[in-house]
Ligand binder design. Structure first.
Ligand code: DC
Length: 229
């Protein structure tokens, strides 16, 4: 298809549908898709399993920072699905649990964790041809990305989507719990000192509250073609 390979940064609020948009775009244009949130979730799961964070969110920061060198996060594709691995173990379903969701913003606010993961994300984008989604991809990870998108939707719309996703996977939760988690994460992501969630000045903003997946995909494909052709 197009021969000029670029970096595509898709940022936005939690459960805004950015991962679905990013994954579909990457598959249509033959790019690699990276879910940077999965990397923060994998570090959180590691911390939980190793007693480095308590259920109320108290972190043993010194030991966690020391352990970062022992945490290998990767992605493998199985039957068309991208699966996150933590030290070789597939942890795709564990990292999506409410327990991890409730603690991940605390781990993601630790500067040393961010520096480590940002360096890994930048390395993944070395040869371009990548779609990466997250919170700070267009601002910190790839400030020179050729295509930047910022996705938003109302907290209620996002909580409904997340609630459906979780219950479809058989996880037990309530809509109220999911909405509270979405609102709390928005606040923590926006107000943390290190790379807070914000729209890059040169990003294209999309509110997808009332858009179908096909409409979102068409919009992204139009933007991509304009940039690369
Ligand atoms: O996209 P997500 O909900 O899976 O992300 C999980 C958490 O990780 C979210 O609360 C914010 C954090 N995150 C981040 O700080 N920076 C990123 N680039 C991606 C995610």
């Amino acid at each position: 298809m197009e021969n000029k390979k670029i970096i595509i940064a898709i940022d936005g609020y939690s459960s805004s549908g950015k991962s679905t948009m990013a994954r579909r775009l990457a598959s249509e244009i033959g790019y690699r898709y990276i879910d940077s949130g999965a990397m923060y979730r994998a570090v959180t799961l590691y911390a939980m399993r190793n007693g480095l964070i308590t259920p109320d969110g108290t972190v043993d920061k010194e030991h966690l920072v020391n352990a970062l060198k022992n945490i290998a996060i990767d992605f493998k594709v199985d039957d068309g699905k991208q699966l996150t691995t933590l030290n070789g173990e597939v942890v795709e379903s564990e990292i999506r649990s409410m327990d991890v969701s409730n603690l991940v913003s605390i781990i993601a606010a630790i500067p040393e964790v961010r520096h480590d993961l940002v360096a890994k994300q930048q390395a993944l984008g070395n040869s371009k041809g990548i779609v990466m989604d997250g919170r700070d991809i267009g601002t910190t990870v790839f400030p020179d990305a050729e295509m930047k998108i910022f996705v938003d939707a109302s907290p209620e719309t996002r909580a409904i989507r997340r609630y459906r996703e979780l219950t479809e996977k058989g996880q037990s939760t309530t809509f109220e719990e999911v909405l509270a988690n979405v609102v709390k994460r928005d606040h923590l992501d926006r107000t943390r000192e290190e790379s807070p969630l914000k729209c890059a000045d040169d990003a294209i903003k999309i509110d997808n509250s009332n858009m179908t997946p096909d409409e979102q995909n068409k919009l992204l494909m139009d933007i991509f073609r304009k940039i690369t052709c």
